[in-house]
Design a protein around this ligand. Structure first.
Ligand code: GAP
Length: 623
């Protein structure tokens, strides 16, 4: 590198930007901030509403040119970290529609539902747990009559009237309700009032009574083949995980892996969410990045290693060891995932590690840690701190999934572990008996929980206990499961920043800058000829663009003043800008010939760099 700055001297010290979402903590107007971010996403082509020209489709989103690159970079970073950089994880890409029995085995057909409530007046649907609690006076009616029309309704109804609303409002809403039941001029019957505190039974938008909560299955249905019959009913997968479980045996056979090992997958998932909300945060179509990491049951670890290592304290437990039990594997993956988020630019203080309480755990989970990101729309705790929303769940799923598919498909998904068989033979008889009993009891518990008869469960569990001694078991699973779209939104929120920068004349103006980590920035480098009407500059700039293209995403821009071009790239989050000027052509002497100005988006510092060094220099910065 040779030193000389060309333009846009950095007037500000931007060395320590406050992450936007933390800045937002100090600012109460988080709604406005989110609106600004949503509008930037549309204006700059990160995210568009799906089917916008037809008025949009709620819960579906399209990614524009910058958003598509951002998502690709997120997925590539994840894939690289989870499988390419590891010996013990391999990939899978499975179909979206799978055999419907899979969803029976996984429990999705029977239990994958949210409780919903409908407004009795407008029919608007809410998730029961998301209805805003309200207080006020409830007006109850036993029914209504319309004497002139000779009509009557005995359907009870009530309206909650909050502070500041006139009681007549309740009567107006109630009359509308009975009008919908065929009465033109309903006379309300049996009015009585009662004060209510923090009730979730009323529509926050109009005070009208809601239905009782009912379960609503979130799987999107379709029919496979030309006949729309119950026999052909299928589902768009609500998670990518199940494909991994049902392909477990095939992958194991072809990949020459042995437990502990993992299978990962990135792909679309679909959920018919009752209330899609917070921009892309809760969508009906989204992408997941999931790893199923298969481990030995603790009894097998103990048989082989003599003891089972458990976490000795918080933090990363280090390189995996043969004596690790499920708890330490779980902790390992939580820490690995936190490191991943930091590596792509989400500072640790923007993340929350939330340990689910026993009553929050899914039926299959022994422990789950949610990694939350402090989105601007997250709720605040009593101290005013953002509490965060889920980016990823890391669940210890025991041997539930493989055991279920084994039962439903009638095919063994147990593995044979040579090391276990050899170790078992060397154990003293009492130790063998203790481990067998412990394993048998764990299997019995599972079998009874999923509804096997006590007799059949006891028989099967005893057989499983015997099989353990011969080296056979159903692997347990640790599952880090993340959402691509939520991560993209978190990275966008985190990157958004407003600061001051000098214009072409050195006067300070405010700028919007997306401070993406270079690893995930949609465009890595922008190339600018200083002037577009000088063919030598344009030719050289295009040469530089073509030099870099095989290695990274490059944006070439010759339109407008150089300051404006910088601003456009700041808003797109491009971390580096290269300007090709007359010095590059050697017009000010041989010393600067074939050098360009490299500008850093965040510091706005500029340095002159030799063209010959560019590829190595930039690839090192974006890796
Ligand atoms: N296999 C486990 C599983 O699917 P989940 O917590 O239901 O677990 C995992 O989903 C991740 O998928 C979530 O942490 C979130 O990032 C993403 N996700 C789930 N539902 C979503 C939705 N409606 N919109 C966007 N992302 C979603």
């Amino acid at each position: 590198m040779v030193g000389q700055k060309l333009m846009e001297p950095p007037l500000l010290d931007n060395s320590g930007p406050i992450p936007n979402n933390l800045r937002a903590m100090a600012e109460p107007k988080t709604g406005e901030l989110m609106e600004t971010i949503v509008s930037l996403c549309k204006r700059r082509g990160f995210i568009f509403q799906s089917s916008e020209v037809y008025g949009g489709l709620n819960g579906f989103w399209d990614y524009g040119p910058l958003g598509a690159e951002l998502k690709r970079n997120i997925k590539e970073s994840w894939w690289r970290t989870m499988t390419l950089m590891r010996e013990d994880v391999v990939g899978l890409e499975a179909s979206i529609i799978m055999h419907p029995r899979i969803w029976e085995a996984s429990g999705h057909t029977s239990t994958f539902s949210d409780l919903m409530v409908d407004c009795l007046l407008t029919k608007k649907r809410f998730r029961a747990d998301q209805v805003e609690l309200q207080s006020g006076d409830a007006y109850f009616y036993t029914g209504a009559t319309d004497a002139a029309a000779g009509k009557e309704s005995q359907e009870p109804f009530s309206v909650l009237v909050g502070a500041g609303k006139h009681p007549e409002y309740a009567r107006k809403v109630a009359r509308e309700f009975y009008q919908q039941r065929g009465m033109q001029n309903p006379a309300l019957q049996g009015e009585r009032t009662e004060p209510l505190v923090n009730s979730a039974r009323y529509n926050p938008e109009n005070g009208g009574l809601l239905t009782e909560p009912r379960p609503f299955n979130l799987m999107l249905k379709t029919y496979v083949g030309p006949v729309e019959s119950a026999d052909n009913l299928s589902y768009l997968r609500p998670e990518t995980a199940q494909a991994i479980f049902v392909q477990f045996r095939n992958v194991l056979e072809v990949s020459r892996q042995r437990v502990p090992f993992g299978i990962c997958q990135i792909g679309k998932a679909f959920r018919n969410e009752i209330n899609p909300r917070n921009f892309t945060f809760r969508s009906r179509e989204f992408e997941q990045m999931e790893l199923e990491f298969f481990i030995r049951p603790d009894q097998a670890v103990e048989a082989i290693c003599g003891t089972v290592a458990t976490p000795s304290g918080p933090g990363h437990p280090g390189e995996p060891q043969a004596n690790w039990g499920w708890q330490i594997w779980h902790q390992y993956w939580v820490e690995e995932r936190l490191r991943f988020y930091e590596s792509i630019g989400l500072p640790r203080q923007t993340l929350v590690e939330y340990w689910q309480k026993p009553d929050e755990l899914a039926h299959y989970a022994r422990a789950t840690v949610d990694v939350l990101y402090k989105f601007p729309f997250s709720k605040r705790d009593e101290k005013g701190e953002l509490m965060g929303e889920e980016l990823e769940g890391i669940a210890a799923r025991s041997d539930f999934d493989l055991s279920q598919h084994q039962r439903f498909a009638g095919k063994s998904l147990a593995v044979f572990d040579e090391e276990l068989k050899a170790a078992w033979a060397k154990l003293e008889a009492p130790k063998q008996a203790a481990l067998r009993e412990s394993y048998t009891q764990a299997r019995l518990k599972y079998l009874l929980k999923v509804g096997e008869t006590p007799e059949k469960a006891a028989q099967q569990a005893a057989a499983d206990g015997e099989a353990l001694g011969k080296g056979n078991y159903v692997p347990h699973v640790i599952e880090p499961s993340a959402g691509v779209d939520r991560l993209a939104l978190a990275l966008i929120c985190n990157a958004y920043c407003e600061d001051q920068a000098p214009d072409d004349k050195g006067k300070l103006e405010s700028r919007v800058v997306m401070r993406f980590h270079p690893r995930i920035a949609p465009i890595k480098v922008a190339v600018f000829p200083l002037l577009k009407n000088k063919p030598e500059l344009v030719r050289k700039a295009k040469e530089v663009r073509d030099l870099l293209r095989p290695y990274m995403s490059v944006f070439y821009d010759e339109a407008g003043a150089i300051g404006r071009r910088y601003r456009r790239q700041d808003e797109a989050g491009t971390p580096f800008g290269l300007t090709i000027d007359f010095d590059t052509l050697g017009e000010k002497g041989p010393e600067l010939k074939d050098t360009v100005t490299l500008r850093d988006r965040d510091t706005m510092k500029q340095e002159r760099v030799k063209l010959a060094d560019l590829v190595a220099l930039l690839t090192a910065k974006i890796r």
